[in-house]
Every structure is written in structure tokens, then in C-alpha cells.
Design a protein around this ligand. Structure first.
Ligand code: ADP
Ligand code: TYD
Length: 236
């Protein structure tokens, strides 16, 4: 059985990752309808849509770690603790969700992975890349995505969207995940710079989608990158 295909999405809060993941999952689901020989091996049969997950979260234990790490009242979390929690979450997600799905030949789409820890804890919290990459080797057995879509619209646009979304979430269900969104703009610039550094280092894996494109335009960029890597000839 061939290994599946592992896709991750990265970017600042509010950069459009969840929106694009929903669109991409829907695109994969429609693929099986297309009588396209090149696409057939990757067209999941009905009921076998791509496995979609997110970090932190995506498992029962991960959801508890997520609440601990993101609740904006938990401000006393030390940077090392925060990084350890992100890796604890990830190790669980790999064991429980990601690796089993890849072993079955499935497509896995994950909202954030170790690039987020390198960008936020390594860059934003200034712990550096080295410790993050070393922990990834030890705790995640160096599992690498086959493709990473990095969405980098202007920082201000991302953060304004994320803030609006968090306010809606607090108003609707009392859930406050604003911990990182409350960081000063300099923190987010360090995160962004680290993302750019990763993209420059990992040219084969990372596809950068920059600028202020509409949801539709970004989706087209995402689909073009995925189709190219999987050898799918998109049917108009
Ligand atoms: P993320 O998962 O990266 O935090 P979301 O997908 O939740 O981001 O998007 C945050 C908000 O911005 C949502 O309300 C979404 O509808 C909106 N949004 C996403 N992509 C775009 C875009 N390209 N242009 C304008 N608004 C967008
Ligand atoms: P996420 O739910 O993806 O937020 P958003 O949808 O707003 O982009 O991620 C929650 C927050 O956790 C986000 O601010 C980034 C942060 N984070 C880290 O700091 N380190 C990590 O390793 C991960 C996975 C996320």
C-alpha cells in the first residue's frame, strides 16, 4: 500500500487556512466524479474523503491541550511549557490520526503542524529554530508533510479577521481563544519572518501564497499546487 499524501496549511491567525481547507476538502470529494484517468488513483471513493485535522486539537487529549494553551486567561504559561504542550498535542495527533491514515494510503490535510511551532515559539517567543527541529526529530520521528501551503496575506489583514472571529466566538459560545491574537504586532512580525525563513529553506515542500487575494483566487492557487504535486490534470 503506498503511503498517503500529507498536506499542511500554515500562516498567521486569520490568514484563511480553515476557509481554504474546507474548499480543498470539497474539491477532493468532487474529484471522484471526474472521469479523469490521471486523477483516479487520488480520487477517494465516496465516503472516503480526505482526513482533515488541526493542531492544536484534533484528538480528545489534543482538545484539552488546546484549551490549556489557548485560553487567553492562561497568561502565565512559560514559553518552554507552551512549546512542550504543542509537541504533546502533535505526538498524540500523529499516533492517533495522521500516521494511521497515511498508512492506509489516505490524504491527510492538517491545519498547522511543526512549522507553526517553529514560527510562533521559535520566532514569536524567540526560542529559536534549533530546539523546535530537534524536538520534532525526537517526538514526531521527523514526519514531514509532502506539501505545505503557506498563506501569507498582509499581517494587519490577517489579524483583523482573526480578532473579529474571536469576538464572534466569545459572543456566541463564551469560548475565548485570543491568547496569541492579543500579542503585540512585533510578535506577529517575528512569526511572519520565521515563516518566510522556513519557506526559503524548504523550497521543495512549501508553496507560498502571498498577497491580498480573494478566497476564490487563493483557492485556485491551492488547487494548482495540489494538482501539480499529485499529478492530477484538472478538468475544466
Ligand atoms: P484561519 O483559519 O487562518 O485563522 P479563517 O479561514 O478562519 O482563517 O479566516 C478568518 C476570516 O477571514 C473568516 O471570517 C474568513 O471568512 C475570512 N477570510 C478568509 N480568507 C479570506 C480572503 N482571502 N479574503 C477575505 N476574507 C477572508
Ligand atoms: P489555530 O486554531 O490554527 O488559530 P487560527 O485559526 O486563528 O489560525 O491555532 C491556534 C493558535 O495556536 C494560533 O495562534 C497559533 C498557535 N500555535 C502555536 O503557537 N504553536 C503551534 O505549534 C501551533 C500548532 C499553534
Amino acid at each position: 500500500m503506498p503511503r498517503g499524501f500529507f498536506i499542511t496549511f500554515e500562516g498567521l491567525d486569520g490568514s484563511g487556512k480553515s476557509t481554504q481547507i474546507k474548499r480543498l476538502a470539497a474539491w477532493f470529494e468532487k474529484l471522484h466524479e471526474a472521469a479523469n484517468t490521471a486523477a483516479e488513483s487520488w480520487a477517494e471513493p465516496p465516503g472516503r474523503a480526505p482526513v482533515v485535522t488541526r493542531q492544536p486539537g484534533g484528538t480528545e487529549i489534543g482538545d484539552r491541550i488546546r484549551a490549556l494553551a489557548l485560553d487567553s486567561r492562561g497568561t502565565r504559561l512559560a514559553p518552554m511549557t507552551e512549546m512542550a504542550l504543542m509537541f504533546a498535542d502533535r505526538a498524540q495527533a500523529i499516533a492517533e490520526v495522521i500516521q494511521p491514515a497515511l498508512d492506509q494510503g489516505r490524504i491527510v490535510i492538517c491545519d498547522r503542524f511543526t512549522d507553526s511551532t517553529e514560527a510562533y515559539q521559535g520566532g514569536g517567543r524567540e526560542l529559536g529554530s534549533e530546539i523546535v527541529l530537534e524536538l520534532h526529530r525526537l517526538l514526531c520521528r521527523d514526519l514531514q508533510p509532502d506539501l505545505t501551503l503557506m498563506l501569507l496575506p498582509p499581517v494587519e489583514a490577517s489579524l483583523a479577521r482573526a480578532q473579529r472571529r474571536n469576538e464572534r466566538s466569545v459572543a456566541q459560545n463564551g469560548r475565548d481563544e485570543g491568547r496569541f491574537e492579543r500579542e503585540e504586532i512585533e510578535f506577529h512580525r517575528r512569526v511572519l519572518n520565521k515563516y518566510r525563513e522556513i519557506a526559503a529553506r524548504e523550497r521543495r515542500r512549501v508553496v507560498l501564497i502571498e498577497g491580498d487575494g480573494s478566497i476564490e483566487e487563493v483557492h485556485e492557487g491551492v488547487v494548482a499546487a495540489v494538482a501539480e504535486r499529485l499529478g492530477i490534470v484538472a478538468k475544466k
